[in-house]
Design a protein around this ligand. Structure first.
Ligand SMILES: [Zn+2]
Length: 192
């Protein structure tokens, strides 16, 4: 079967006809692969620990075009990726974090997506043949997707920070390190 590049993540997927998401713009083949990955994750609790990472990675690799929904989607999923990958958010707290991130949505603006959204895509997860391979692929994919958004990491950390009125929203207290000349702005997790 011919393959075609996904307009969102840039991965290669079978050239098929089929549905796509309303604002997470993708090729039909990519959306079908995501559906297959989700079905696998819903089929067995063994995937619980990575399921939200899957959703976050897919969402930020398919930012679509500027609209209120896509701005909100990219914002909340980047925030949760940051919490997972930089602050050790647990899968148990993932839904709660999502609800809290959504409360910040009025502070979000459109973030111009990077030219490359990462080397890995959902195609690297759908081909996994064991649960272990699947979980490992999701983690690497999510890290790659988060890394691709590097130009906007500081913005995400600011959205996460207490300065934006998020105090008390997260299971961790955040502190934003004042920006020194030539250095990136960092939000650090304070140990209780
Ligand atoms: Zn895609």
């Amino acid at each position: 079967m011919n393959t075609v590049e996904c307009v969102g993540c840039g991965g290669q997927f079978p050239e098929i006809d089929g549905p796509v998401h309303r604002y997470m713009e993708s090729s039909p083949g990519c959306w079908a692969a995501f559906g297959e990955v989700l079905a696998r994750e819903y089929s067995d609790p063994i995937y619980f620990g990575v399921h939200r990472l899957t959703v976050d990675a897919y969402a930020v690799q398919h930012p679509g075009s500027p609209s209120r929904q896509s701005i909100r989607s990219v914002g909340v999923h980047l925030i949760r990726l940051c919490l997972f990958l930089e602050h050790g958010l647990s899968a148990e707290n993932a839904n709660d974090a999502m609800l809290k991130a959504a409360k910040l949505k009025h502070t979000f603006v459109w973030l111009e997506p990077p030219v490359s959204l990462g080397q890995l895509t959902v195609a690297d997860v759908v081909k996994a043949r064991t649960a272990q391979a699947h979980k490992s692929a999701v983690k690497t994919w999510a890290q790659s997707a988060w890394d691709a958004w590097l130009p906007h990491h500081d913005t995400i950390r600011i959205w996460l920070s207490a300065r934006q009125g998020a105090r008390g929203l997260w299971p961790y207290p955040f502190r934003v390190t004042p920006k020194k000349e030539g250095q990136p702005l960092l939000a650090t997790t304070l140990r209780r």
